[in-house]
Design a protein around this ligand. Sequence first.
Ligand SMILES: [Fe+2]
Length: 283
Amino acid sequence: MAVAAGYMPGAETLKATAHTDGGGRYPVMERYGYVWGWFGNPRAADPAHLPSLPFLPPNGGLPDYMTGTVRFDCSAPISLENLIDLTHADFLHANVVGDEKSDSETVEVFSTSETVTMVRTCLGKSVAPVMKFFSGIRQPTQTVRQVIHIYLRSHAAIAYGRFTPGDDVPLFHPCVPETRDRTRLDYSMNTSNAGFMFRHVMPKASYLVSRQDSSMTAPQSPRYMHLSKRRDLHSKFDAAGQRYRLLMQDLAARQQAGDFAYRDNVSEDCSELIGLRKELFRF
Ligand SMILES: [Fe+2]
């Protein structure tokens, strides 16, 4: 149990809001194989504020090969904003999850005051190379449903891909801010239901994929945390990223005004929202 993630009030306000007891300690809790630290008022610590991660065993215990630690040379928020634009994978990670070619593509964005979710469905999408080689998919295309679900305060995300035919790829992606331009990711990918090769290989693809992401986000990181007076002119196709930026700013503004209350329930089971094939994940 060496990994840790935070369910914290937001890195940018951490300094102003961290509460500890007289000994400099803060409440911690074990769940899903992680140690979660509560940086808010110790009296307000409550399991109700732990994110719902329905594909991870509540008491931990995934084999070591399904977990790992990678680092991004950028701030945690830009790492998450990159993640929630699922279309980036077609270009940046084409050699792992397949290129941009598909017969049709639908993108939906959902949000609460605590979460933002992007759901992307592609029909007739080029088969992911990793599945061609390690799951034995022989046909040229797949139906792919990909979901990113971000828990804003914790800088933690679910990345869940359903490939038909193919395997499920359920990834827990907790970004722990180490410095303004450095993020640690102690990830877990529950590939228990896949065949032997895919089950072992896919979690390790994170080492390759995270380098590809970091090569894009690292150069942007120094500018990212500075608010600009320029208007946000991103296109409507970037709805998920825009929503993420707005919700994070709302949260920071509320906390700056002394309001740390959760307005939406983050521990409510998100299986339906992310389209989890629950029958594959019974604990
Ligand atoms: Fe990526």
